[in-house]
Design a protein around this ligand. Structure first.
Ligand SMILES: NC(=O)c1ccc[n+]([C@@H]2O[C@H](COP(=O)([O-])OP(=O)(O)OC[C@H]3O[C@@H](n4cnc5c(N)ncnc54)[C@H](OP(=O)(O)O)[C@@H]3O)[C@@H](O)[C@H]2O)c1
Length: 263
């Protein structure tokens, strides 16, 4: 299926690794040009080399730094001449039990995901309004809907992404900008690989056993890990012309993890 992303410009936050990088790869494979946003310049430059410098550009920006966002979005628009889509993916999984949670940790989580997504979208609006296939895609997580003790920061931020999506979609409807949201389940990106390797070393398990054990400890039953590519394939569909009638929706992409029985 041709997703009609040829020469569309897609800005992806947190695209220098993990799910964001997989979305950048999938968008480039569909013919898009991608602006890779993140904090780690070495990883960003390596990502652009891998994607092909003629199809991708690297932009250093901490999305919790309000002062930096406008300049970064302007840099992307100047370089590529347009912005058709924004993927608000920056964020990371984690937190601590609520009894130990600090206000700073909660603010940092919200600033990166919800506030960052709002500011990047606001900055990109003049460009999105000029596109005939304008899309905003917010990356949340199943913790928006499924209680998993110990990850409240991520979960609160993820719930905010779902609500932000609905409000943006409604308020931008006359601008013909479609805003949707994905809620990935457990996806085996770098940070999770590192945790599984540490667990495997500490408990004398194989890597695969350690991965399964992490899911078991989160009451995930017999579900499997997702791959970043599996999230990315749904993401690029939502950026496509074919998804033109999808607006204001939040989708779980979790292989059924949400359905696993909770204690
Ligand atoms: N993996 C999962 O199981 C899972 C499940 C549900 C939802 N998610 C969500 O999916 C998204 C990607 O997760 P992932 O697993 O791919 O994580 P990851 O491998 O840790 O990558 C996180 C990305 O976000 C970027 N980032 C973090 N804070 C940032 C900031 N303040 N400014 C700019 N960039 C920032 C990182 O860039 P730097 O490295 O440059 O900081 C990195 O590119 C996150 O929003 C996460 O909450 C992941």
């Amino acid at each position: 299926m041709d997703l009609n992303l040829q020469d569309r410009v897609v800005l992806v936050t947190g695209a220098n690794r993990g799910i964001g990088r997989a979305i950048a790869e999938a968008a480039v494979a569909e013919g898009a040009r991608v602006a890779v946003i993140g904090r780690d310049a070495a990883a960003g430059e390596e990502t652009v080399r891998a994607l092909g410098p003629e199809r991708a550009s690297w932009h250093l920006c901490d999305v919790s730094d309000e002062a930096r966002i406008g300049a970064t979005v302007a840099e992307v628009a100047d370089l590529h001449g347009r912005i058709d889509a924004v993927v608000n993916n920056a964020g990371r999984f984690g937190g601590s039990p609520l009894a130990q949670l600090t206000p700073e940790a909660l603010r940092e989580g919200l600033d990166t995901k919800v506030v960052g997504a709002m500011l990047v979208t606001q900055a990109a609006l003049p460009h999105l309004r000029r596109s005939d296939q304008a899309r905003v895609l917010n990356i949340s997580g199943i913790t928006a809907q499924r209680i998993m003790p110990g990850v409240a920061v991520t979960a609160i931020a993820n719930s905010g992404m779902v609500t932000l999506t609905a409000y943006l979609a409604r308020e931008l409807i006359d601008d013909r900008i479609n805003v949707n949201c994905l809620m990935p389940g457990y996806t085996l990106t770098g940070a999770w690989r590192a945790r599984a390797e540490a667990l495997a070393a500490a408990e004398g398990r194989s890597f695969d056993e350690a991965c399964q054990e992490i899911l078991r400890r989160q009451d995930m039953g017999h579900s499997r890990w997702g791959e970043a590519r599996e999230i990315a394939e749904v993401a690029v569909f939502l950026l496509s012309a074919q998804a033109g009638f999808v607006n204001g929706a939040s989708f779980r992409v979790d292989g059924g993890q949400f359905l696993a029985v909770q204690r």
